[in-house]
Ligand binder design. Structure first.
Ligand code: FMN
Ligand code: SF4
Length: 485
């Protein structure tokens, strides 16, 4: 564990606020969230062709626990029903659904293919019903399904061997993950992938989802195409070519699925790949000069472009295709996990945080704020709040009240404490024993071939045999360096 001061050390909002100010981490906090309906978190908003009942959003999270054919399992069902009964009115994507077998991030990833339509439809219907039973109304509940192809990080078959599909030969990622030019997807193969995205959107529409999210984040295929400068042919080089993959999928969905809303999860800016050094801390891979491969970056590979020129250009394109809501994120869980999931505890194949985790939380907030300022009319879901722990609701309310974001998305926190949304809105005290402490086991388990879940805090997962196996894997991983080149 890092030596950074922990959130639990601060006993009051005022103490925590003072510390944030002293460290220059710009994270606004309200003293408390009103529970009389006047909270910014409680306000409905018109989006995605409906009224969405409040500003809590559940971020998409895979569980590595679907059935071999890609349909949801009982584990998946339990998680999605927790999402549905959390009190959040926007379920932003539930989890990444692969559009084809070869694009699965793991052999147990959900798939949006004709064979899973019925199971998805049943679960989507059950989510609405359970939400209605708990909160009386589901008219203001909005549920999306995230569609992806895992690209460079595809592990579709048993034993989870990497079977990468890359947009282009990347000078650092190819070295880090052992990719070769043979992994670059051909234009012909891409045509099939595009057609699978369109079929997946039809599946989601038939299953009853309100929207599909086309993932352009975390180094997956859609995201990677945005920096395919070195790719020859119609999908690389110029801006027009690098966005052709998006345009062809979006155009296809528009034609095939009239009325279905589209959103995009977007890494607002990317970073260069990090590795664990001898000191166990994350370091950027060595690179001389301008680094063009971090979309939305300032050319250093380490920071956001303050003008967000490429990100805004992409948002304008999204808007041309009717996208009004996006979900902002940063970097990738595979090569810059510290930025993507700020945490006090490193994940088993990660490293100690190069900076204070709260610095990275502040960076998430700043990125969303900046994007909203630069793209009027765009609605954004913010991410990366979980590390704030007991002060998450205070920051969520402040970010909304100050117009820094339109929705506050929660990821890890909803795995350990789904009711945090409803408890906050009702003014109930937080259940401290359920607050996510960023232990990382929901990431460690799948990185070691197991299902994901909150093993430390959720009794359901604590009791599973995987909990003991996970402890063993973590012990074995201690001190091992990760791959630099
Ligand atoms: C177990 C796990 C699975 C995730 N799966 C997805 C996913 O399927 N799609 C996605 O866009 N992000 C995924 N993420 C990232 C989260 O949506 C979120 O961006 C991240 O956890 C940071 O938010 P937080 O600080 O609230 O956890 C995943 C995160 C975790 C911990
Ligand atoms: S395993 Fe539980 S406590 Fe740990 S990061 Fe995930 S949700 Fe949080």
């Amino acid at each position: 564990m890092s030596n950074y001061r922990k959130v639990t050390e601060f006993k009051t909002v005022a103490d925590f606020r003072e510390y944030l100010a002293q460290e220059n981490f710009l994270i606004p906090l309200v003293d408390s969230v009103p529970s009389d309906g006047s909270a910014a978190l409680a306000q409905p908003i018109k989006a995605m062709g409906q009224t969405i009942g409040n500003r809590w959003a559940i971020l998409p999270m895979e569980g590595w626990d679907c059935l071999p054919d890609g349909s949801p399992s009982e584990f998946t069902r339990r998680r999605w029903l927790n999402f549905a009964t959390s009190g959040a009115k926007l379920i932003y994507g539930t989890e990444a659904a692969a559009v084809m077998h070869s694009g699965r991030s793991n052999p147990r990833q959900l798939m949006a293919v004709p064979g899973t339509t019925k199971a998805l439809q049943n679960l989507c219907r059950e989510m609405r019903q359970r939400h209605r039973e708990k909160f009386a109304d589901d008219e203001d509940l909005c549920i999306g399904l995230q569609l992806t192809h895992s690209g460079r990080f595809s592990h579709p078959n048993q034993d989870a061997i990497l079977e990468p599909v890359t947009a282009y030969s990347h000078p650092l990622l190819d070295r880090k993950f052992g990719n070769s030019p043979a992994d670059v997807v051909s234009d012909e193969e891409l045509a099939e992938i595009i057609s699978c995205f369109i079929t997946a959107a039809k599946v989601a529409q038939e299953a009853g989802f309100d929207f599909v999210d086309f993932k352009h984040a975390h180094g997956y295929l859609g995201h990677e195409f945005l920096t395919a400068y070195d790719r020859p042919g119609p999908y690389g080089g110029s801006w027009e070519n690098r966005t052709r993959f998006f345009r062809e999928v979006a155009e296809g969905i528009r034609k095939a699925c009239p009325g279905l809303k589209l959103s995009a999860r977007l890494s607002i800016f990317d970073l260069m790949p990090f590795y664990k050094g001898e000191d166990e801390v994350g370091h950027p891979m060595p690179w001389g000069g301008n680094y063009p491969y971090a979309f939305g970056g300032d050319g250093s590979g380490l920071a956001m472009d303050p003008e967000l020129q490429d990100t805004c250009a992409f948002v304008r394109l999204l808007q041309e295709y009717g996208v009004e809501l996006i979900c902002g994120t940063i970097g990738s869980p595979y090569y810059s996990v510290h930025a993507q999931r700020p945490a006090y505890y490193p994940v088993s194949d990660g490293y100690q945080m190069p900076e204070h985790p709260l610095f990275h939380v502040a960076r998430h907030l700043a990125a969303v704020k900046r994007l909203r300022e630069k793209c009027p009319g765009l609605l954004v879901v913010g991410s990366g709040y979980t590390c704030l722990q007991e002060y998450l609701p205070n920051a969520a309310e402040a970010a909304l009240a100050n117009d820094w974001t339109d929705f506050v998305g929660i990821g890890r926190m909803v795995l350990s404490y789904p009711d945090i949304c409803a408890d906050t809105l009702a003014g109930r005290p937080l259940q401290r024993q359920r607050i996510c402490r960023t232990f990382g086991d929901c990431t460690n388990a799948p990185r070691n071939g197991m299902i994901s879940g909150c093993f430390p805090l959720d009794d359901f997962y604590k009791r599973l045999p995987e909990a003991a196996r996970l402890r063993e894997c973590k012990r074995a991983a201690q001190g091992k360096p990760t791959k630099q080149e």
